[in-house]
Design a protein around this ligand. Structure first.
Ligand code: CAA
Length: 246
């Protein structure tokens, strides 16, 4: 088990990539704090993890609300004594061509995807600084390089990279690794809402010629959350079937 007894907070753990990360981390021995707005879904995931012998707690939280975020982190510390790992995965899309995008669509996507990750990071940083250990993984996206209909989402996901690299520089001296994963087209409910015609166009650009699975993203998150990546910080790992190469 690669993260045995580590305490991991995972946001957006009720479905999709977050759900896969939660299940994988629990299977690798972590005590998982599952955060989501959707109570029914996150309880379903926690129930499954417990039935398989894992340790999971549910927190219904809106990442847009700083006081709720601080409360959750305090409760995690009350229950599990510490926080070792934070995965900022909660994210939404509100796709529209830029000339049609409303200010509300811009604001909510930036607030959830980017500021939500900052809120959670700020809340766990004092705990990690004090213990001189921690792993923060931010879920960015290949859309950070620009994607038709996603000015808001792309800006939030590119912003997460700047935040990742800043936190890596600030927190490296304190033994805290901060990295990002950039998934491409992953078979989630979010991606399946994209029109079929566009999904087919995107598939043509992927050398591996298929969408990824949430579990394939969770493997990269596990690497970045474990001591296997102890000398890796401030990096962005694409998990996109080769769509982008640097
Ligand atoms: N590449 C190239 N052209 C594209 C395109 C793409 N990815 N997406 C849309 N277009 C083109 C359309 O073909 C269309 O061209 P024409 O005017 O020549 O016909 C034009 O842009 C306008 O598109 P629509 O007619 O669809 O315009 P709309 O206003 O009805 O809808 C939209 C716009 C909501 C952005 C819709 O096109 C859409 O949903 N696009 C997909 C956006 C997308 O890729 N989202 C990713 C979601 S998954 C995710 O975000 C996870 C992640 O991290 C990757």
């Amino acid at each position: 088990m690669r993260i045995k007894d580590k305490v991991a907070i995972i946001t957006g753990a009720g479905r999709g990539i977050g759900e896969a990360i939660a299940r994988r981390f629990a299977a690798e021995g972590a005590k998982v704090a599952l955060c989501d707005l959707d109570e029914a879904n996150v309880c379903r995931v926690a129930g499954d993890i417990r039935r398989e012998g894992g340790v999971a707690e549910v927190f219904v939280v809106n990442v847009r609300d700083s006081s709720q975020v601080v409360d959750v982190v305090n409760k995690v510390v009350e229950i599990f004594s510490t926080v070792d790992i934070l995965v900022n995965n909660a994210g939404i899309t509100q796709d529209a061509m830029s000339h049609k995008m409303t200010e509300e669509q811009w604001d909510i996507v930036i607030d959830v995807n980017l500021k939500g990750a900052f809120r959670f990071s700020q809340a766990v940083i004092p705990i990690m600084r004090e213990k001189g250990y921690g792993k923060i993984v931010n879920i960015s996206s290949t859309s950070r390089n620009g994607n038709v209909g996603q000015a808001n989402y792309a800006a939030s996901k590119a912003g997460l990279i700047g935040m990742t690299q800043t936190l890596a520089k600030e927190l490296g001296p304190r033994g805290i690794n901060v990295n990002a994963v950039a998934p491409g087209t992953i078979e989630t409910e979010m991606y399946m809402q994209v029109p079929e015609k566009i999904r087919q166009m995107v598939n043509l650009l992927v050398p591996l010629k298929r969408p990824g699975l949430p579990e394939e993203v969770s493997s990269v998150c596990l690497f970045l959350s474990s001591d296997d990546s102890s000398y890796v910080t401030g990096q962005v790992i694409n998990c996109d079937g080769g769509m982008f190469m640097s």
